[in-house]
Design a protein around this ligand. Sequence first.
Ligand code: EPU
Length: 438
Amino acid sequence: MQSKTTRMDPPTVPNNPEDESRIIVRGGRELRGSVRVGGAKNAVLKMMAAALLSKETTVLRNVPNLTDVHMMAQVLRHLGAKVTIDKDQVAIDAKDVHDWEAPYELVSHLRASFVVLGPLLARFREAKVSLPGGCAIGERKIDLHERGLKVLGCDVRIDHGYVTASAKQLVGGRIYLERPSNGATENIMLAAVCAEGTTVIENAAQDPEILNLAQCVNEMGGNIQGAGTYQIVIEGVPFDQMHGAVVDTIPDRVEVGTFMLACMATGGEIMIEGANAHHLYSVIHKIQEMGAEVALYAPDVIKIKCDSRKFRATDLTTLPYPGFPTDLQAPFMPILAIAEGTSIIEETIYENRFMHAAELRRMGADVVIKGNAAVVKGVEKLSGAEVKGSDLRAGAALIIAGLGAEGVTEVTGLRHLDRGYDRLEDKLRSIGAEIFRR
Ligand code: EPU
């Protein structure tokens, strides 16, 4: 089969020209009330890609309204799928998917779209996907994806910025991941769904989003066992036995964490609805250790109570799940910045995820970066400033800093924030924050 060269239309995703819009926060307002979190970005994007694994329609529910979701819809439409987004539901009709090439113009907007590689291989035994490249937080290599796909019998080549993979036949095999990469686990798992025989992924990523993805594939007729643990076993099924499904997206644990930290920044008491506390033990443990009260109010409602805005300093190390998540490292820093004592943050997942530190310093934080560690000496208070979020979680960190700071903070770089948070400022305003977008 020969891949078509298709002329790209410019993406119709609403793109915030980053320097035009800003979020303005006046600090010092306690948070009180209830706020509902949406579905997990890092689960839904992969489940959208998994919809390519059948010729029928897959419906995803509890989908957040994020620019990344719209961008992934563009990628799937480019491949020939019909994607309909209606409130919090996305329907993907994959009957007419005819193309197996995801071009740079699309993949460069959304690294997560690299995960179409696995399902395209399962479906066509052939795929050509642009290399996503590095990003503001690190190099983000793909060597583990490549090695895993080779074990399944793929010929994988990297030329001219593209990964081209093909196989006469995909055959199951045993793959050990040197580190539990989410992306590699997902691509290998999705390629193996329709391979002949059994595939075993050892040292797989154990994140809840991987489990959600496996549940989605199983609802579509696949056979994946062990997802959510270090060993995933995939029994291949023929592609023509795969079918559509209706699947619920799990709650976004990073959004839950963001609200807990926002409450710590301001003091007060909030209920976070639609949450799953089981996914957040490492974070809840740290928050409790620092002195805030966290309780399960109902099975899916977390209550956090902060009698003051001053907490004890603590050290944290980012680790693969179930360790402390790198995606909440930046949002945690402004809380440590005004804690009593000195904290050390060690970032072990990415090489360069401390860009927010320089912006927090502009707000008065005392942070020194030494290699992959940040030494944060608690100061009395932060003061509002104009700051810029260099990536999604850095943007959230600066908003949290602004909520607790004296005076007004203006955060730009919202193009990144809107990739992963659905109306963050509206939700914060609904629980008492003085925050708006201009
Ligand atoms: N890595 C390799 N080789 C590989 C793959 C990964 O060395 O073949 C390295 C990466 O360079 C990185 C580390 O392993 O340093 C972790 O990479 P992983 O593959 O686990 O991350 P990912 O799948 O690219 C997802 C999330 C990230 C989240 C990480 C870690 C999505 C769309 N992204 O990325 O989310 O930080 O897992 O949990 O699922 C975010 O939401 O803000 C975000 C960055």
